[in-house]
Design a binder for this molecule. Sequence first.
Ligand SMILES: Nc1ncnc2c1ncn2[C@@H]1O[C@H](COP(=O)(O)OP(=O)(O)OP(=O)(O)O)[C@@H](O)[C@H]1O
Ligand SMILES: [Mg+2]
Length: 475
Amino acid sequence: MSDLLWTLPELLKITGGRLIGSWFLGVNGVSIDTRTLKYGDLYFAVRGDSLDGHDFIAKAVARGAAASCVSEEKIDSLIGERGNFIVVQDVSQALEELGKISRARMVGKIIAVTGSVGKTTTKEALKAAFSPNGPTHSSVESYNNHWGVLLTLARMPRDTKYGIFEIGMNGPGEIGELVKRVQPHLAIITNVEAAHLGAFESIDDISFAKAEIFDGLISGGTVLLNRDDERFSMLSEIARSRGIENIVTFGESEKSDSRAIQIVLQEEYSYLTASILGEKIALKVGSPGRHFIQNILAVLATVKFLGADLSQATLALSHFTALKGRGKRYPIDYKDKSFILIDESYNANPASMQSALKLLGLLKPKNSGRRIAILGDMLELGPHSSQFHADLAVSVQENLIDKVFLVGSKMRVLRDSLQGKISCKHVEKIECVITLVRVEIHSDDVLMVKASLGMRFSLLVDALLYNHQEANNDE
Ligand SMILES: Nc1ncnc2c1ncn2[C@@H]1O[C@H](COP(=O)(O)OP(=O)(O)OP(=O)(O)O)[C@@H](O)[C@H]1O
Ligand SMILES: [Mg+2]
């Protein structure tokens, strides 16, 4: 058996392509984006909504692509380009075929993760927990759409023992299409919340869309459901109606198969005593927050259910820290001030806003430091968007936030709800808040920043981190 991800004869056979250029042994990676392509990858020149990958062949070659998979239709226009070509009728279809064969040759276990919040975090925690148990392959970042799933399949090494796939959606039908390709042994729905609600009439409709993940389960496969979720009964009924017999549950509920017995929340981590499918364990959880315990209970249930080593997994999870943009912390020294930044800038919806505010509430600032929340619009929430924004006022108060900066037009309603209760400033654009924060921050403050991706809150994080370096350089 070859050590290569794909040998050239395999590639030619699977894609039905012909080689133009020189013979090479094969590739160890697959890419559709020249910005992230690695040396020796096979570049698929796919056509997206606005760009055509065939226009980037020179870039792929410059970055060291072993070959480019291009369409017959375009090959004449590529004469003169350097590099090797695998010429096929349809580039997307060729990638699709590679994914199909990859799934078919995989002899390990496949896990699919969907849900409204916590997919990437759960996927990364699964990766950490399974890695000591054998070769583990997983989606990179939030590669959970059509291209992300195809790439994750095509990139799966042949000796993979555990394959972990994040599956997302923007509307009905998408998860069903993707999961049929992935064919998981075990499918997880982390939760069902108001996220991407714009594309749906109700949260119940989101449940139906999440339940599409049952459609691709292998025969005799298992679903892992959140027992604490409001729509647990609904989801388990849908699962049963589709003939799925194995339903495993996780959560704080005593009825869960993987359940928390005791949770001790600390500022930087948690202690968890849990019963995991009948096995009692105690562990330190490296990333703080009650919401994170939910993810961990799902991970531990998966480890135990698939027969991997629970003690190795718990050890790995004790070192697991929050991901960039999803709770990662930075101590910052800016001029004569030292403060803590909690970076939740990756995305936001009502559920993740709540968990991030709780996380901030857990922290006890030193001396006269304050809890400061910098919150931006939550997008794609449909007709009830204003209510969701206004409702955050309760969470802000319950978690004893001292000061709030709000950014964006949708956050005006929260400003109105907080008026007279908490010190609150509202601006329309992220650029305006950057200056404001720099001026208003004190030593020992703890800042949490969170907004939907479209609000570009990473600019604020970068500005604070950059100033940090600038301050150090000045010394
Ligand atoms: N189980 C959970 N319950 C509630 N909130 C959570 C949970 N897990 C993570 N979060 C919050 O949700 C945010 C996003 O987490 P993550 O990126 O893992 O979600 P995702 O489902 O992958 O999102 P996306 O749909 O954007 O890919 C985190 O920053 C954290 O605030
Ligand atoms: Mg994600």
